[in-house]
Design a protein around this ligand. Structure first.
Ligand code: HSE
Length: 433
């Protein structure tokens, strides 16, 4: 039996979940793996709050650097979040040759190349299962389970807050702002929800997944991102009437050797597996050229789910320490197989287009003319009958595939027309075929 001593930096929700999980299932983990993970030291600036778990006297302190240096720590688990302090803690641990487990997607999606290089130089490693999809073991599936595959597409519902909001809008027939406020009150959404609803959290996770499988470092700034603030209840109704659900979807694709990285509110078929991923749940849908399609589903955040992934990483590290090996499978090997990114303007997609148009003769001809001149083919047009003639009415157009550049140009032209009464709204359509 190998005891592995954990130094935990950050005793918040997930940190407390880790302590609780080890107290509950530590013996079982030891029987199954031969590794007994124990919490040796915890560092957090707050040493007094009740986290709902008890730790032995002397374990909890405030000095993270002393924790890293302690001979009583075999592995450092970084759960502080944020970037600046976390980067310092992770880098210091690696320089001391100590393996690190982190759930910090923002850190890895920003400084991953630097930190993984540091890990290699110091013959140690970083495990990061909890950084994407919380408790879903999707990193392990992509790194190990699917190593025999060329990954052609990954679609991810990677943000529980956005998925919860979009799901509640549909089930409760309620507008975005109302659901967001309720979610904040219930603790499901942050007081400042920007990282989630503006798509950056999903972009961090998408960049990590792409870096994992395509042998290049991608950062969030490589991702074309659109958040969910523009999604209205009407969009959800229109999408449903056309057989779709709207999800904040990460689309990671290899097309002729180049990589597409996008995050957009996207219409996906309501009959698809991803279309059934609701509430706070996350899912990662992967197509490999050998295996075909697979999907990984579960809770993307939260105390228990995230600690499940952290414990698995600690056990992996323990097994490596026991076997006196590291980096059996390099985490982010940089290799030359794929070309670079497809620029956002060159991406090809189908689109959902919602316009607020003057209710008068010839409108459809004007709009279809602009789309046609930009080589955008219309797949369907929906305009609900309003009873009497209105000043302006919504018109929803689904298109066939076209380049983003063409759609941007068409939107610019449509917006300039005096018969358009509000800024056009454009989402993507992913048929997941
Ligand atoms: N805030 C994220 C979410 C979890 O709502 O899914 C952490 O990435």
């Amino acid at each position: 039996m190998k005891q592995i001593k954990i130094g935990l930096i950050g005793f918040g929700t997930v940190g407390a979940g880790l302590v609780e999980t080890l107290q509950k299932n530590g013996d079982l983990i030891a029987k199954r793996s031969g590794i007994l993970p124990v919490i040796s030291k915890i560092a957090d600036l707050d040493t007094t709050s009740d986290r709902g778990v008890l730790v032995p006297p002397g374990v909890l302190g405030t000095d993270a650097m002393a924790l890293i240096d302690s001979p009583e720590v075999d592995v450092v688990v970084e759960l502080v979040g944020g970037i600046t302090a976390a980067r310092k803690f992770v880098a210091t641990a690696l320089k001391r040759g100590k393996p690190v487990v982190t759930a910090n997607k923002a850190l890895l999606a920003t400084y991953g190349d630097e930190l993984f290089a540091l890990a290699r130089e110091n013959r140690t490693e970083i495990y990061f299962e909890a950084s994407v999809g919380g408790g879903i073991p999707c990193i392990k599936a992509l790194r190990e389970g699917l190593i025999g595959n060329r990954i052609t597409e990954i679609y991810g519902i990677l943000n529980g807050t956005c998925n919860y909001i979009l799901s509640c809008m549909e089930t409760d027939n309620t507008d975005f702002q109302v659901v967001l406020k309720a979610a904040q009150k219930a603790g499901y959404a942050e007081a400042n929800p920007s990282m989630d609803v503006d798509g950056l959290d999903t972009a961090h996770k998408a960049a990590l997944l792409a870096s994992l499988v395509y042998g290049k470092w991608f950062t969030a700034s490589d991702v074309d991102v659109q958040g969910i603030r523009e999604v209205t209840l009407n969009d959800i109704h229109y999408a449903a009437s056309l057989g779709y659900r709207i999800k904040l979807l990460a689309a990671i694709k290899e097309i002729d050797g180049s990589i597409q990285l996008s995050v957009h509110p996207s219409l996906i078929p309501e009959t698809s597996l991803l279309g059934h991923v609701n509430g706070v749940f996350n899912a990662v849908w992967v197509r490999g050229d050998v295996v075909g399609t697979t999907m990984y589903y579960g809770r993307g955040a939260g105390r228990e789910a995230t600690s499940s992934a952290v414990v698995a990483d600690v056990v992996d590290i323990g097994l490596n320490l026991l076997g006196k090996c590291s980096n059996r499978l390099p985490a982010f090997p940089v290799f030359d197989e794929y070309k670079g990114l497809i620029s956002a303007a060159e991406v090809v997609s189908r689109y959902y287009l919602r316009l607020q148009v003057a209710d008068r003769p010839g409108m459809l001809a004007i709009i279809s003319g602009i789309l046609g001149r930009n080589q955008i083919s219309i797949a369907s047009v929906t305009q609900k009958e309003e009873g009497s003639q209105q000043a302006a009415v919504p018109m929803v157009i689904l298109t066939h595939k076209a380049k983003v550049a063409a759609m941007n140009k068409a939107i610019e032209e449509i917006s300039r027309d005096e018969c358009i009464h509000a800024a056009p709204v454009v989402f993507r359509i992913e048929d997941l075929g």
